[in-house]
Ligand binder design. Sequence first.
Ligand code: KG4
Ligand code: ZN
Length: 335
Amino acid sequence: MKVLAIESTCDETAAAVVESFGNGVRVLKNIVASSVEMHQKYGGIVPEVAAREQVKSIIPVVLEAMEGEEIDAVAVSYGPGLMGSLLIGVETAKALVWAWNKPLLRVNHMAAHILANWIGAEVPELPAVGLVVSGGHTDLILMESLTKWTWIGGTRDDAVGEAFDKTARLLGLPYPGGPEVDKAASKVTEEEWTKDKNQFKLPRPLIHDPRLDMSFSGIKAAVARMVEVQKELDEKTKNLIAREFSEAVVEVLVKKTLKAIEVYQPKSVILAGGVAANRKLRDTLGREVEQAGRKFFVPDLKYCGDNAAMVGAAAIMRPEKSELDLRPEPSLAVV
Ligand code: KG4
Ligand code: ZN
Protein backbone atom coordinates (compact mmCIF):
# COMPACT_ATOMS: atom_id res chain seq x y z
CA MET A 1 0.00 0.00 0.00
CA LYS A 2 1.16 3.53 -0.86
CA VAL A 3 -0.11 6.49 1.16
CA LEU A 4 -0.01 10.26 0.81
CA ALA A 5 0.35 11.55 4.39
CA ILE A 6 -0.34 15.09 5.57
CA GLU A 7 0.86 16.73 8.80
CA SER A 8 -0.27 20.21 9.94
CA THR A 9 -0.74 20.03 13.71
CA CYS A 10 1.47 22.99 14.69
CA ASP A 11 4.00 25.11 12.74
CA GLU A 12 5.17 22.50 10.23
CA THR A 13 3.28 21.87 6.99
CA ALA A 14 4.38 18.48 5.70
CA ALA A 15 3.45 15.88 3.10
CA ALA A 16 5.03 12.51 2.45
CA VAL A 17 4.53 9.47 0.26
CA VAL A 18 5.20 6.26 2.15
CA GLU A 19 4.73 2.58 1.27
CA SER A 20 4.77 -0.73 3.11
CA PHE A 21 8.15 -2.44 3.03
CA GLY A 22 9.01 -5.71 4.83
CA ASN A 23 7.62 -5.46 8.37
CA GLY A 24 7.70 -1.68 8.30
CA VAL A 25 7.55 1.20 5.86
CA ARG A 26 9.75 2.98 3.35
CA VAL A 27 9.65 6.72 2.64
CA LEU A 28 9.49 7.78 -1.01
CA LYS A 29 8.94 11.52 -0.50
CA ASN A 30 9.25 13.67 2.60
CA ILE A 31 8.53 17.39 2.23
CA VAL A 32 8.47 19.76 5.23
CA ALA A 33 7.83 23.52 5.27
CA SER A 34 8.15 25.27 8.62
CA SER A 35 6.97 28.67 9.86
CA VAL A 36 9.32 28.48 12.86
CA GLU A 37 11.26 31.59 11.80
CA MET A 38 8.06 33.68 11.89
CA HIS A 39 7.52 32.66 15.53
CA GLN A 40 11.07 33.39 16.65
CA LYS A 41 10.52 37.10 17.20
CA TYR A 42 7.60 36.28 19.54
CA GLY A 43 9.60 33.65 21.48
CA GLY A 44 6.95 30.98 20.84
CA ILE A 45 4.24 29.77 18.49
CA VAL A 46 1.51 32.28 17.62
CA PRO A 47 -1.44 30.04 16.62
CA GLU A 48 -2.99 32.53 14.20
CA VAL A 49 0.34 33.03 12.39
CA ALA A 50 0.88 29.23 12.25
CA ALA A 51 -2.56 28.66 10.71
CA ARG A 52 -2.08 31.37 8.07
CA GLU A 53 1.27 29.88 7.09
CA GLN A 54 -0.33 26.42 6.86
CA VAL A 55 -2.82 27.82 4.31
CA LYS A 56 0.03 29.20 2.19
CA SER A 57 2.16 26.05 2.24
CA ILE A 58 -0.26 23.14 2.11
CA ILE A 59 -0.94 22.95 -1.65
CA PRO A 60 2.69 23.47 -2.79
CA VAL A 61 3.91 20.90 -0.25
CA VAL A 62 1.30 18.29 -1.29
CA LEU A 63 2.01 18.90 -5.01
CA GLU A 64 5.74 18.47 -4.46
CA ALA A 65 5.23 15.18 -2.59
CA MET A 66 2.79 13.85 -5.20
CA GLU A 67 4.95 14.56 -8.25
CA GLY A 68 5.07 11.35 -10.30
CA GLU A 69 3.29 9.29 -7.59
CA GLU A 70 0.16 7.11 -7.64
CA ILE A 71 -1.29 6.51 -4.18
CA ASP A 72 -3.90 4.19 -2.63
CA ALA A 73 -5.04 6.31 0.33
CA VAL A 74 -4.64 9.70 2.04
CA ALA A 75 -3.67 9.91 5.71
CA VAL A 76 -3.83 12.97 7.95
CA SER A 77 -2.98 13.91 11.57
CA TYR A 78 -6.25 15.00 13.22
CA GLY A 79 -4.85 15.79 16.69
CA PRO A 80 -3.50 16.68 19.15
CA GLY A 81 -2.46 20.15 18.02
CA LEU A 82 -3.63 23.69 17.31
CA MET A 83 -7.18 23.90 15.96
CA GLY A 84 -6.40 26.45 13.22
CA SER A 85 -3.40 24.45 11.97
CA LEU A 86 -5.16 21.09 12.18
CA LEU A 87 -8.13 22.32 10.14
CA ILE A 88 -5.91 23.06 7.13
CA GLY A 89 -4.49 19.52 6.90
CA VAL A 90 -7.76 17.75 7.72
CA GLU A 91 -9.86 19.75 5.23
CA THR A 92 -7.23 19.37 2.49
CA ALA A 93 -7.10 15.59 3.02
CA LYS A 94 -10.90 15.38 2.88
CA ALA A 95 -11.05 17.39 -0.36
CA LEU A 96 -8.38 15.16 -1.93
CA VAL A 97 -10.03 11.83 -1.04
CA TRP A 98 -13.34 13.14 -2.29
CA ALA A 99 -11.84 14.27 -5.59
CA TRP A 100 -9.70 11.15 -6.06
CA ASN A 101 -12.23 8.66 -4.64
CA LYS A 102 -9.64 7.15 -2.26
CA PRO A 103 -9.94 6.03 1.37
CA LEU A 104 -9.19 8.52 4.18
CA LEU A 105 -7.05 7.35 7.13
CA ARG A 106 -6.95 9.37 10.34
CA VAL A 107 -3.77 9.45 12.42
CA ASN A 108 -3.06 10.41 16.03
CA HIS A 109 -0.02 12.72 15.86
CA MET A 110 1.56 11.34 19.06
CA ALA A 111 1.11 7.73 17.91
CA ALA A 112 2.77 8.80 14.64
CA HIS A 113 5.84 10.05 16.56
CA ILE A 114 6.16 6.56 18.08
CA LEU A 115 5.43 4.71 14.82
CA ALA A 116 8.21 6.70 13.09
CA ASN A 117 10.32 3.86 14.51
CA TRP A 118 8.78 1.56 11.87
CA ILE A 119 10.52 3.50 9.09
CA GLY A 120 13.46 1.41 7.91
CA ALA A 121 14.60 -2.15 7.55
CA GLU A 122 14.70 -3.18 11.21
CA VAL A 123 11.52 -2.61 13.22
CA PRO A 124 10.94 -2.91 16.99
CA GLU A 125 9.86 -6.24 18.40
CA LEU A 126 6.81 -6.05 20.69
CA PRO A 127 6.00 -5.76 23.54
CA ALA A 128 7.79 -2.44 23.75
CA VAL A 129 7.93 0.50 26.11
CA GLY A 130 7.66 3.81 24.26
CA LEU A 131 8.95 7.08 25.68
CA VAL A 132 7.43 9.97 23.76
CA VAL A 133 8.88 13.40 24.48
CA SER A 134 7.71 16.50 22.64
CA GLY A 135 6.69 20.12 23.16
CA GLY A 136 3.34 19.15 24.65
CA HIS A 137 3.80 15.55 25.85
CA THR A 138 5.99 13.36 28.01
CA ASP A 139 4.52 9.87 28.24
CA LEU A 140 5.54 6.28 28.79
CA ILE A 141 3.42 3.83 26.79
CA LEU A 142 3.30 0.06 26.99
CA MET A 143 2.77 -1.35 23.48
CA GLU A 144 1.68 -4.98 23.66
CA SER A 145 0.78 -4.99 19.96
CA LEU A 146 0.45 -2.38 17.23
CA THR A 147 -3.06 -1.62 18.46
CA LYS A 148 -3.02 -2.46 22.18
CA TRP A 149 -1.37 0.50 23.92
CA THR A 150 -1.59 1.48 27.59
CA TRP A 151 -0.43 4.73 29.20
CA ILE A 152 1.85 3.71 32.08
CA GLY A 153 3.35 7.02 33.21
CA GLY A 154 4.36 10.54 32.33
CA THR A 155 4.67 14.12 33.46
CA ARG A 156 2.33 15.63 36.02
CA ASP A 157 3.05 19.16 34.81
CA ASP A 158 5.30 20.52 32.03
CA ALA A 159 6.32 18.42 29.04
CA VAL A 160 10.08 17.99 28.60
CA GLY A 161 10.14 20.03 25.37
CA GLU A 162 8.26 22.84 27.11
CA ALA A 163 10.84 22.79 29.94
CA PHE A 164 13.65 23.00 27.34
CA ASP A 165 11.92 25.92 25.60
CA LYS A 166 11.33 27.81 28.88
CA THR A 167 14.90 27.19 30.05
CA ALA A 168 16.17 28.55 26.74
CA ARG A 169 14.11 31.69 27.22
CA LEU A 170 15.53 32.16 30.75
CA LEU A 171 19.03 31.84 29.30
CA GLY A 172 18.25 34.34 26.55
CA LEU A 173 18.47 31.71 23.80
CA PRO A 174 16.14 31.87 20.77
CA TYR A 175 12.99 29.79 20.11
CA PRO A 176 12.66 26.81 19.69
CA GLY A 177 14.82 26.33 22.74
CA GLY A 178 15.46 22.59 22.75
CA PRO A 179 18.12 22.52 20.03
CA GLU A 180 19.70 25.74 21.43
CA VAL A 181 20.01 24.33 24.97
CA ASP A 182 21.38 21.11 23.44
CA LYS A 183 23.99 23.12 21.50
CA ALA A 184 24.95 25.28 24.51
CA ALA A 185 25.27 22.20 26.75
CA SER A 186 27.57 20.49 24.25
CA LYS A 187 30.02 23.43 24.37
CA VAL A 188 31.00 22.55 27.95
CA THR A 189 34.17 20.45 27.94
CA GLU A 190 34.43 17.47 30.32
CA GLU A 191 37.25 19.29 32.10
CA GLU A 192 35.12 22.40 32.69
CA TRP A 193 32.22 20.23 33.77
CA THR A 194 34.21 18.29 36.38
CA LYS A 195 35.57 21.55 37.76
CA ASP A 196 32.33 23.60 37.86
CA LYS A 197 29.37 21.22 38.09
CA ASN A 198 28.94 21.55 41.86
CA GLN A 199 28.10 25.23 41.50
CA PHE A 200 25.12 24.45 39.26
CA LYS A 201 23.02 21.80 40.95
CA LEU A 202 19.41 21.41 39.80
CA PRO A 203 16.83 19.05 41.35
CA ARG A 204 15.80 15.68 39.82
CA PRO A 205 12.11 15.74 40.83
CA LEU A 206 10.46 12.39 41.71
CA ILE A 207 13.56 10.47 40.65
CA HIS A 208 13.38 8.20 43.71
CA ASP A 209 9.59 7.81 43.52
CA PRO A 210 8.85 4.18 42.61
CA ARG A 211 5.99 5.18 40.30
CA LEU A 212 6.44 6.27 36.68
CA ASP A 213 5.29 9.83 37.43
CA MET A 214 7.55 12.66 36.31
CA SER A 215 7.68 16.42 36.91
CA PHE A 216 9.66 19.05 35.05
CA SER A 217 8.20 22.38 36.20
CA GLY A 218 10.37 22.31 39.35
CA ILE A 219 13.60 22.00 37.34
CA LYS A 220 12.57 24.96 35.20
CA ALA A 221 11.69 27.04 38.31
CA ALA A 222 15.10 26.16 39.78
CA VAL A 223 16.75 27.37 36.56
CA ALA A 224 14.88 30.68 36.98
CA ARG A 225 16.25 31.06 40.53
CA MET A 226 19.74 30.06 39.41
CA VAL A 227 19.69 32.67 36.64
CA GLU A 228 18.45 35.34 39.06
CA VAL A 229 21.36 34.93 41.47
CA GLN A 230 24.07 35.05 38.78
CA LYS A 231 26.06 38.28 38.87
CA GLU A 232 26.61 37.95 35.16
CA LEU A 233 24.98 35.56 32.73
CA ASP A 234 27.99 35.21 30.47
CA GLU A 235 28.34 32.61 27.71
CA LYS A 236 30.20 30.13 29.91
CA THR A 237 27.64 30.32 32.73
CA LYS A 238 24.79 29.88 30.23
CA ASN A 239 26.47 26.80 28.79
CA LEU A 240 27.03 25.31 32.24
CA ILE A 241 23.38 25.87 33.24
CA ALA A 242 22.24 24.36 29.91
CA ARG A 243 24.51 21.36 30.58
CA GLU A 244 23.17 20.82 34.13
CA PHE A 245 19.58 21.21 32.90
CA SER A 246 20.17 18.56 30.21
CA GLU A 247 21.86 16.27 32.75
CA ALA A 248 18.92 16.58 35.17
CA VAL A 249 16.22 15.98 32.56
CA VAL A 250 18.01 13.05 30.94
CA GLU A 251 18.72 11.45 34.32
CA VAL A 252 15.00 11.53 35.22
CA LEU A 253 13.88 10.21 31.81
CA VAL A 254 16.45 7.40 31.85
CA LYS A 255 15.66 6.38 35.43
CA LYS A 256 11.91 6.22 34.75
CA THR A 257 12.38 4.26 31.52
CA LEU A 258 14.63 1.74 33.32
CA LYS A 259 11.92 1.42 35.97
CA ALA A 260 9.35 0.74 33.22
CA ILE A 261 11.66 -1.98 31.81
CA GLU A 262 11.89 -3.60 35.25
CA VAL A 263 8.11 -3.58 35.73
CA TYR A 264 6.91 -4.46 32.21
CA GLN A 265 9.83 -6.53 30.82
CA PRO A 266 9.52 -5.33 27.19
CA LYS A 267 11.64 -6.68 24.32
CA SER A 268 12.30 -3.19 22.94
CA VAL A 269 12.39 0.41 24.10
CA ILE A 270 11.34 3.14 21.69
CA LEU A 271 12.22 6.83 21.97
CA ALA A 272 10.17 9.33 19.95
CA GLY A 273 9.05 12.97 19.58
CA GLY A 274 10.87 16.25 18.99
CA VAL A 275 13.06 15.93 22.12
CA ALA A 276 14.29 12.54 20.81
CA ALA A 277 16.62 14.69 18.67
CA ASN A 278 18.53 15.53 21.87
CA ARG A 279 22.01 14.03 21.64
CA LYS A 280 22.49 13.37 25.32
CA LEU A 281 19.10 11.67 25.62
CA ARG A 282 19.62 9.47 22.52
CA ASP A 283 23.10 8.41 23.63
CA THR A 284 22.47 7.88 27.34
CA LEU A 285 19.11 6.13 26.98
CA GLY A 286 20.41 3.95 24.14
CA ARG A 287 23.38 2.82 26.21
CA GLU A 288 21.36 2.13 29.36
CA VAL A 289 18.60 0.26 27.53
CA GLU A 290 21.12 -1.99 25.81
CA GLN A 291 22.86 -2.60 29.12
CA ALA A 292 19.48 -3.73 30.44
CA GLY A 293 19.42 -6.29 27.60
CA ARG A 294 16.68 -4.66 25.49
CA LYS A 295 16.77 -3.38 21.92
CA PHE A 296 16.74 0.39 21.57
CA PHE A 297 15.02 2.25 18.74
CA VAL A 298 15.01 5.97 17.92
CA PRO A 299 14.05 7.54 14.56
CA ASP A 300 16.57 9.26 12.27
CA LEU A 301 16.86 12.93 13.23
CA LYS A 302 14.69 13.99 10.27
CA TYR A 303 11.80 11.87 11.60
CA CYS A 304 12.01 13.11 15.24
CA GLY A 305 10.50 16.59 14.83
CA ASP A 306 7.12 17.01 13.16
CA ASN A 307 7.02 15.42 9.69
CA ALA A 308 4.54 13.59 7.48
CA ALA A 309 6.57 10.41 6.92
CA MET A 310 5.73 9.37 10.48
CA VAL A 311 2.04 10.02 9.74
CA GLY A 312 2.29 7.70 6.73
CA ALA A 313 4.08 5.10 8.85
CA ALA A 314 1.28 5.22 11.42
CA ALA A 315 -1.40 4.94 8.71
CA ILE A 316 0.24 1.83 7.28
CA MET A 317 1.16 0.11 10.55
CA ARG A 318 -2.08 0.95 12.39
CA PRO A 319 -4.72 1.96 9.80
CA GLU A 320 -7.83 3.76 11.07
CA LYS A 321 -10.36 4.37 8.31
CA SER A 322 -12.36 7.56 8.55
CA GLU A 323 -15.38 9.13 6.90
CA LEU A 324 -15.57 12.59 5.36
CA ASP A 325 -17.02 14.00 8.59
CA LEU A 326 -13.57 13.79 10.26
CA ARG A 327 -12.99 16.75 12.62
CA PRO A 328 -9.72 17.89 14.21
CA GLU A 329 -9.31 16.93 17.88
CA PRO A 330 -6.90 19.47 19.45
CA SER A 331 -6.76 17.55 22.78
CA LEU A 332 -6.63 14.00 21.42
CA ALA A 333 -4.91 11.72 23.97
CA VAL A 334 -1.91 9.51 23.10
CA VAL A 335 -3.89 6.35 23.86
O1 KG4 B 1 7.49 16.70 18.41
P1 KG4 B 1 7.77 18.14 18.19
O2 KG4 B 1 8.52 18.55 16.95
O3 KG4 B 1 6.46 18.98 18.24
C1 KG4 B 1 5.42 18.64 19.11
O4 KG4 B 1 4.62 17.72 18.74
O5 KG4 B 1 5.41 19.24 20.21
O6 KG4 B 1 8.59 18.62 19.48
C2 KG4 B 1 9.04 19.95 19.61
C3 KG4 B 1 9.84 20.08 20.88
C4 KG4 B 1 10.18 21.52 21.21
O7 KG4 B 1 9.89 21.77 22.56
C5 KG4 B 1 11.69 21.57 20.94
O8 KG4 B 1 12.36 22.55 21.72
C6 KG4 B 1 12.12 20.17 21.31
O9 KG4 B 1 11.09 19.36 20.78
N1 KG4 B 1 13.42 19.79 20.75
C7 KG4 B 1 14.51 19.48 21.50
C8 KG4 B 1 15.57 19.22 20.58
N2 KG4 B 1 15.08 19.38 19.32
C9 KG4 B 1 13.77 19.72 19.44
N3 KG4 B 1 14.67 19.39 22.83
C10 KG4 B 1 15.90 19.07 23.29
N4 KG4 B 1 16.96 18.82 22.49
C11 KG4 B 1 16.85 18.90 21.14
N5 KG4 B 1 17.90 18.65 20.35
ZN1 ZN C 1 4.99 16.49 17.32
